[in-house]
Design a protein around this ligand. Structure first.
Ligand SMILES: [Zn+2]
Length: 109
């Protein structure tokens, strides 16, 4: 998680994998319960030895998840896998990301 300077929270952790739509709505002050959100697990696997190198979680609304016909888990082994992933998620993830504190503020508990 990188650092950003949030106008509300100051220097804080940045969540890069929040969809553009979701982060925009959250920054406008809309709140979401976790049942409205979908999570996509993206696992980067070493092509050579099959070891998991990194796991990321993409967050978006359930509407978005169903609209783009996403699966809940992707394994990325090759460049083609990565291209495929980008072609599915770039349109909704690009330009997204939000301050971690703002994100927490927008989740209805
Ligand atoms: Zn913030």
């Amino acid at each position: 998680m990188g650092l950003i300077v949030c106008s509300k929270h100051g220097e804080t952790g940045f969540m890069p994998f929040v969809s553009k739509e979701l982060s925009d709505e959250m920054l406008k002050g809309k709140r979401f319960s976790s049942s409205h959100l979908a999570q996509v697990e993206v696992v980067l696997i070493d092509e050579e030895d099959g070891e998991v190198m990194h796991t990321m979680y993409y967050l978006m609304t359930k509407d978005c998840f169903f609209r783009i016909n996403a699966k809940s888990r992707y394994e990325i082994r090759t460049d083609d896998d990565e291209k495929n992933l980008d072609s599915i998620f770039d349109p909704v993830m690009k330009g997204g990301g939000i301050c971690g504190e703002c994100f927490r503020d927008c989740i209805i508990k």
